[in-house]
Write a protein that binds this ligand. Sequence first.
Ligand code: PRP
Ligand code: URA
Length: 211
Amino acid sequence: MYSEHVHIMDHPLVAHKLSILRDKNTSTKDFREIVSEIGMLMTYEATRNLPLTTREIETPICRATVPTLDGKKFAVVPILRAGLGLVDGVLRIVPSARVGHIGLYRNEETLEPVKYFCKMPKDVTDRDILIVDPMLATGGSADAAIGFMKEYGCKNIKLMVLLAAPKGIERIVKHHPDVDLYCGAVDDHLNEHGYIVPGLGDAGDRIFGTK
Ligand code: PRP
Ligand code: URA
């Protein structure tokens, strides 16, 4: 166990759908749809502790006091590009969420992230933040994205990834011990190019069909 803040999905639907993503013969269309589906399933888990309040309603039978979401503000922040593939799944579960974007790419030699874009909702510091990216490899991109949201003044930050390498998890736990991390699965290691093994390849290229 890495830390109480690391949550590894333990659900047959997530495992099954990830196996389809891993298959190199899966089409771009299916890949994109399944990334979105897993995003939806994982959001269910990542929102487990959203606060509830109550309200009075009338059922067809009687008056009742029923639970309802406290209306806490929420923002999903995809790390471009590949994180975009998860946004739709999150919004299907939390339709009122705002969306902020952070553009980062990995320098292929140093594997360190380079920032090229940022646009946040104007009240982002009042919101709970869910950063999404399919891949947590060295952890450089997610580490930088979390650091950036903290610099902005955001306090309650979660990170959701489909596949993680142990190295990436260790980096996030070390640099951001306050952040809850949700992983669809944890793979074995990184290869010499910083790709997750066995992994699913380049998530951005597979979502957008760019290779
Ligand atoms: C991929 C992925 C992550 C990052 C993970 O993005 O979507 O953002 O790599 O690697 P790391 O943990 O070692 O930082 P990439 O740089 O390939 O850009 P893309 O989304 O535009 O394809
Ligand atoms: N980025 C990807 O898209 N895939 C990996 O395996 C590692 C980083």
